[in-house]
Write a protein that binds this ligand. Structure first.
Ligand SMILES: [Zn+2]
Length: 351
């Protein structure tokens, strides 16, 4: 066995009350399934009508108590996507140039929305007119979800300290700019799914659809923001299936890095992020052995207000009387569970 194997073990379950675990698990399962299928519907619909029809089919398949809330979520989201499409409609034929400029704007704009004085001149001097350059490609896989693809060499030259990954979600900077995705031209579908997940999360957050992030005793706004970033990333990684292929584990569990999940360098915040992701991973591994799939943890992200609640809800999801008696007691048994968790076909993680 590799020395890099995560050392976490499932948390003690007996501290929690026994009521309502089953319904929590059921809602979590339905939410995970809905969210996953919904992103596919968004990305594969040919037009707005198809987007609406197929979303409605998904809503109809939900248990009755969940329908109303999810209907509202879908309507809110589709409205935002439609608005995004209308912004793009004003720039038809110029999409590449328009998005390139928006991308660079996004990188340099101040939190107050000001562009640096040098922007105009420097931009015109250094960024080419992309209209006729085939290394830049524009795609709108579904109406209202714009993607600017850059050829690998160009994309890599933009990488620098930006840590762009294979793709990056670019949020709108003002009311006339769109939200979109910039990606390397060979990014797999799973990478696009990750970024579309950010688009969905941000559009819904903007409309106060989710249970808002909230600290209990303190009024720590930075911690609240960090928790929102954290759950936004975790949902995206779940949808991308990064847990099964070992990618998430390599990046975040082995290195104990949580800076790029919480987007904050503060030591206290990072400690919370690190603890939460390790708790999540332990519960996911244990849950898998009880047929609770990682997708169910999307509900944990949405239902929790802060890191403490998140940690508790991770355990709540996997808890049952029967589970409590079958927790692995030795490190060896735990490592067996870890081993069984990964999809061997996808996994580059050396166990
Ligand atoms: Zn992300």
């Amino acid at each position: 066995m590799n020395k890099n194997i995560p050392k976490q073990q499932p948390p003690k379950l007996t501290e929690l009350p026994e009521s309502s675990f089953k319904s929590f698990r059921k809602i979590a399962f339905e939410t995970g399934k809905f969210y996953t299928d919904f992103i596919d519907v968004l990305l594969k619909s040919k037009n707005s009508t198809e987007q609406k029809e197929q979303s409605q089919e998904l809503i109809n398949s939900l248990p009755i108590p969940m329908k109303k809330l999810y209907q509202k979520g879908v309507e809110t989201l589709l409205k935002e996507i439609e608005r995004n499409k209308r912004i793009m409609d004003k720039h038809r034929g110029q999409e590449k140039d328009f998005l390139m400029r928006e991308f660079v704007t996004n990188l340099v704009i101040s939190p107050e929305g000001h562009l640096p004085e040098w922007f105009e001149e420097t931009y015109n001097e250094h960024v080419p007119n992309t209209s006729n350059i085939k290394e830049y490609e524009y795609s709108e896989p579904a109406p209202g979800i714009p993607i600017l693809y850059l050829k690998k060499s160009i994309y890599n030259s933009w990488q620098g300290d930006l840590r762009l990954g294979q793709a990056r979600y670019v949020p709108a900077t003002n009311s006339v700019s769109p939200s979109f995705i910039v990606a390397k031209n060979d990014v797999p579908y799973s990478g696009i799914k990750h970024e579309v997940s950010h688009l969905v999360f941000n559009f819904l957050s903007k409309n106060n659809y989710f249970r808002s992030s909230q600290e209990n005793e303190s009024d720590d706004k930075n911690m609240e923001k960090a928790f929102d970033n954290f759950r936004n990333e975790i949902i995206a990684y779940i949808l991308q299936k990064s847990f099964y292929d070992g990618n998430f584990v390599n990046k975040y569990i082995v290195t104990r890095d949580s800076m790029f999940l919480v987007y904050d360098e503060d030591a206290k915040i990072n400690k919370m992020g690190t603890k939460a992701k390790e708790q999540l991973f332990s519960c996911m591994v244990f849950g898998k052995s009880k047929n609770i799939e990682p997708e169910s943890f999307i509900y944990v992200c949405l239902a929790s207000k802060n890191f403490q609640e998140f940690n508790r809800n991770c355990v709540k999801l996997i808890y049952s009387n029967e589970n409590a008696t079958t927790l692995p007691t030795s490190k060896e048994d735990w490592l067996k569970l870890v081993d069984n968790f990964f999809d061997k076909k996808l996994c580059h993680f050396n166990i």
